[in-house]
Design a protein around this ligand. Sequence first.
Ligand SMILES: [Zn+2]
Length: 479
Amino acid sequence: MDTPSPLPVVTSNTVLESESPTIPPEQKVQTEYTAALDINVKERKILGVEKIQCMNSTDATFSEIYMNVFLNAFSAYSPQNPVSQEASRKVYRYGEDYGYMTIGEVFANSEEAEYELNDTVLKIILPQELRPGENVEIKLDFEGYIPMINARTGSNGIDMWCGNLLPTLAVYDKNGWHTDPYYSLGDPFYTRSANFSVSITTPIEYVVVGTGTSTYSERLEKKTTTFAAKLVRDFAFAISSRYKSKSITTSTGVDIDLYTFSEPRNYDEILSVAEKSMDYFGEMVGAYPYPQLVLVEAGLPYYNGMEYPEVIFLDSDFLNEASDYTPVAHEIGHQWFYNIIGSNQISNAWMDEGMTMFMQEGIFKSDAEIDETARAEYEALKESIEEISPSWLDASLAVYSRWSDYYNVQYMRGKLMFYALKKKIGEEKFNAFIKDYYQKYSFKIASPQDLMETAENAAGLSLEGFFGEWMSSQALPPL
Ligand SMILES: [Zn+2]
């Protein structure tokens, strides 16, 4: 397919209820986002209106609520560098350009609300307290500028890609509100599952792809593309007037669409890896509960790819130069370990990174090859473990200063822990643990304790000592 055709609007409810774990009543969506964005693609300016319906499902009473406004991480004035020093040359390839998002008026249940916008954190002071079980509708308007940079949100001057752009509710849990800044290492995002309905208006010649099923309408010289997504943790989109696309449908009926503005040599191979990965995770973990997955080209030279619900951004250089497409499988794994099963990616990055790194091995390698790789990785990590700070898994993104330390611990030590767990409890029980983890925590947030208890239940034994060593000791436990 050379040009995208509008996708039929599917009532995601049907899909979610028939193919995914039953959603218990208390987990029914408590947040609904409705947004309309008007985008001047050439000037990279966005005008937006957003409504957020939220229900207070906690037993706390709120006089204020918090939202993330992550585009401000790319501002020249942000106190937090959104990319590490090592990455900054590639990110600012076109020179220095900085993004921002300003907030206009904010209303809570139609009453004007005061707010404070401090870098990426928006504090909204509610005119009326929000008590347990009550609903509030927040309405706000904003103006944003997408910088010409290579990052999760950015542009090459022609095409544009936007990750974490819509203001989203911060998570409130037993530790209070989570208003972490946009750390330069890792994925500093922690959100609950929600429903999104987003309309994006552009000049007529642009194609917009994003999270959810889409339809579009045209009027005069404008095109409005409307997306609907259920039970996802964020909304991402990308825009180009020169996309080429190709699609494939998996054995379970999920459409995988690859959109590129360049011409990668191995279109078919990329789609084939994607299909194989979707089938593998679907079988090993549980059904993919959405009708489609969009792979779309972006400029992300420091990452290869970045996962969003139903959307994966793949870096241009990676698409055109790589011969190994394992990163495609990795980002697809995050559809399960990040989007479907949520976790706090800031304090427990191993729960999505380590798990995905381990699970993706089975797509490409035999058991013997997995053993061989694990032994080699273990030896290499053991050799350098004393130079890594901190070397244990129980560490937040906030404490890392080097990408290699973060990677060696949260990805590699995390991966090796899951490898060691599978060896310890056996394949059958390990597979049962993964399936049970999906059944229990789909569309929810799993804590480290939840993951460990699920593993213990499947194993039928206490794993306190096992997890204790991997999580908290400086040295690497035996494999
Ligand atoms: Zn990852």
